[in-house]
Design a protein around this ligand. Structure first.
Ligand code: ADP
Ligand code: MG
Length: 285
C-alpha cells in the first residue's frame, strides 16, 4: 500500500497576524514496506505533515494524499477505512492513557474499530507481546503505576493493536532514558519487520535515523528540502548544518579526523563502521 503526497500546502491562521505556512508545496511518495525517517528543526512542519497523513487535518490550501488508492483529502473519503489502515502515535503519548488497566487501554482502539470481543482480546495480547510487556503480568495493572518508558510502550501498543498498515510515530524517543530509548527503538524495528508495515518515524536522533530508515525526508520551514537514502542525505553535511541539523555524531567525528589529515576513505554513518575505519588507519584491520 503506497502513499503519494502531492503539492501539499497548509497555512494556519491565514490572514491573521500569527499566520504560519506550516507546509509549502510538499510532494513525495512512499513505497510498500519502507521505513521513512523525517527530520527537521522544531517548527519545520513535521507534526502538521503527520496529522495530514492520518487524516486529522485536511489540507486547507492545496494538495492531495493518496493512500492505497484512496484520496483521503476528498470530503467523501471513507475516513473509517483510512483510520483502520493508519496508526499515529503522538508525541508524549503516555499522557493520553486513561483506562483503569493496561489491557483496557490497549483495547480501546480495536474496540472502536468495531471488532468482535475475542478478536479484541487476541489483538491486545499480540500488541502487548510486540511491545515487550507480558500481557499476563501487566494486563490488569493500572497504567499509572508504570514507569515513563513502560507507559509509552503501552501507548504504542494501543496503536499497534489496530494493526495499521502505516505506523506513524512522532518523536517516540523524546525524553526517554538510554535504556528505554534502546528498547523502544528495537521494538519499533521488530514491529516493522513482523507486520511488514510502512513505518514513518520523526526523530531528532540522526544515528537512529541512519540505522533504521530506508529513506529520509528533510523538512525546512514547511518545505521538503531533501529526500534520499540516509547515505545520500547525510552526505550533505553543510546543507544540513545550514538548516540547524546535523549528521550522526560518528559521521561528524570521522569528518573531523579526515580534515586533521588522517587517511580515512569511508563516510561511516554507524558507530561500528566508524570504529572499523579508525582501526584500518592503525593497521589493525
Ligand atoms: P514540527 O513538528 O516540525 O515542530 P509543526 O508542524 O508543529 O512543526 O509546526 C509547523 C508550524 O506551524 C510552526 O510554525 C508552528 O508554530 C505552526 N503551528 C503548528 N500547529 C499549529 C496550530 N494548531 N495553530 C497554529 N499554528 C500552528
Ligand atoms: Mg512536532
Amino acid at each position: 500500500m503506497g502513499i503519494e503526497v502531492r503539492n501539499l500546502t497548509h497555512i494556519y491562521a491565514e490572514g491573521l497576524p500569527d499566520e504560519s505556512v506550516a507546509l509549502e508545496n510538499v510532494s513525495f511518495t512512499i513505497e510498500d514496506n519502507e521505513f521513512i525517517g523525517i527530520i527537521g528543526h522544531t517548527g519545520s512542519g513535521k507534526s502538521t505533515l503527520l496529522q495530514h497523513l492520518d487524516g486529522l487535518i485536511k489540507p486547507n490550501k492545496s494538495g492531495s494524499i493518496v493512500i492505497g488508492g484512496t484520496d483521503i483529502t476528498e470530503s467523501k473519503a471513507d475516513m473509517l477505512s483510512v483510520r483502520r489502515k493508519i496508526g499515529l502515535v503522538f508525541q508524549y503519548p503516555e499522557y493520553q492513557l486513561f483506562e483503569e488497566s493496561v489491557a483496557a487501554d490497549v483495547a480501546f482502539g480495536p474496540k472502536n474499530l468495531g471488532l468482535p470481543e475475542e478478536e479484541v482480546v487476541e489483538r491486545v495480547r499480540e500488541a502487548l507481546n510486540l511491545v515487550g510487556m507480558d500481557p499476563d503480568v501487566y494486563g490488569s495493572v493500572s497504567p499509572f503505576e508504570l514507569s515513563g518508558g513502560q507507559k509509552r510502550r503501552i501507548a504504542i501498543a494501543g496503536v499497534v493493536a489496530m494493526r495499521p498498515e502505516v505506523l506513524i510515530l512522532d518523536e517516540p524517543i523524546a525524553g526517554l532514558d538510554p535504556k528505554a530509548h534502546k528498547d523502544i527503538l528495537g521494538m519499533i524495528k521488530r514491529i516493522h519487520e513482523e507486520q511488514h508495515n510502512i513505518t514513518i518515524l520523526v526523530s531528532h536522533n540522526m544515528s537512529d535515523v541512519a540505522k533504521l530508515c530506508t529513506k529520509v525526508l528533510v523538512m525546512d520551514h514547511g518545505r521538503l528540502a531533501m529526500e534520499g537514502t540516509p547515505r545520500q542525505v547525510f552526505g550533505r553535511a553543510e546543507e544540513l548544518e545550514a538548516m540547524g541539523l546535523s549528521t550522526p555524531p560518528i559521521t561528524k567525528f570521522i569528518k573531523g579526523l579526515k580534515e586533521a589529515g588522517l587517511a580515512i576513505d569511508g563516510n561511516p554513518l554507524l558507530i561500528d563502521d566508524g570504529a572499523e575505519e579508525i582501526l584500518k588507519v592503525f593497521g589493525k584491520r
